[in-house]
Design a protein around this ligand. Sequence first.
Ligand code: ADP
Length: 437
Amino acid sequence: MLSLFTAVMVSSWLYEGRIQSLIEELLITNGNKMIQTYQSTPSAELIPFMQNVSGISHTLLQLYNKEGKPLLDEKGWPIQVDPNDMRRVLAGEKVRHFDKVDLAHFHIPQPPSVGLPLQADGQPYALFVTVKENPIENETMNAIHVTYIIILFFGSLLILVAARYIVNPIVRLTEATRRMAKGTFDFELPTKRKDEIGLLTVSFNEMAKELSKLDRMRQDFVSNVSHEIQSPLTSISGFSKALQQKKMSEESRLHYLTIIEKESERLSRLSQNLLRLSYLQQEHHPLKVNTYRLDEQLRRVVIALEPQWAAKEIEIDVQLEAMTVQADEDQLNQVWTNLLSNSIKFTPAHGKIVIEAVRKDNQNIISITDNGIGIPEEERADIFKPFHKVDKARDPSVKGNGLGLSIVKKIVDIHKGHIQVSGRLGTGSTFEVTLPQ
Ligand code: ADP
């Protein structure tokens, strides 16, 4: 309705002036032509002449004498001449009368008219010319009105249908957001649409899936942390109670105290690793990047872990090309320490670990290969997830908290590197880290 109303207003504003001047010109030309014809016909009598020519070419005439009295047949004369206009025409002036459409006051306009002065037999007359009702114009107007009504009707109908088509999925999306706010994520909104609303629904479904995954991860994380804290605490409290017994050999007391110390260290390691992981998971953590010799760093890590590999009499084979990297030295130190201690942990006594570092296609490739127990193929994707341990019953003496490799992966990712694991179960594993030079 608003657009129709605007269209009518704008088009009438644009064309009103032109139509007015066109009609006025036509009326003046026709009126003048009739006056000229009358004047050039010497035998013609004014009133019958004008009566005869009125109605020709859609032009109606009325002639007024100097008293303002109409002299022609008034039947079908559609306008009321303003006495003021009449006076001016009788005084010899040309007058144009064009009513504006006044919607505010429901004013039905008179047809346009012009008043032309005329002298006959020494007497002044006023000839008023107006347009005769035109059936073609009337029909055209009717057709325009019907067009408006049809546009209004079908336009409204289509807008209603379109609104339903757009609004319905949005209502469903709104309901789904409310459900999400309450913590329900396991739903999927059906859609076959390919337009923007369809895309929005698809992205919404993806978001719900991701949030549901995240929620599950959060729950798993909490239960894993609780579990990891619970078992050392249980043994600490159990052994502390045992220590309270008076009758106990010095040897047993020492044994219990060693266990308590080990479990406390395990708890402390867990909290350190958790803190490290949460720090690495922050979006903006400062990287202290500097350029240094990676091969030397690897050698230092091997030396630092000597007590562990020497205790198991593991042979370490180091084949390192000289190479420099731009990286956070402390963090990469953590990567090599975690990987090498895992290899030592999961390699039996008298085993062998090979540490290689080569440069290839602008990349530094560092691999740590052991001939230990290996990792089953189906577990390889999961070992980088926090708290994931392959087969928890493997070797109870090998105690870890399952956070080491997630820290490694996070640090490698931050350095825009890549880590992969290969090898075969029972024959050992190879961890290969690729870092940009
Ligand atoms: P953890 O503290 O338990 O070692 P990690 O995140 O470092 O935790 O490792 C996750 C799991 O991956 C380990 O529990 C172990 O089962 C497996 N794993 C890691 N490194 C090796 C390796 N070199 N050989 C065999 N298994 C490994």
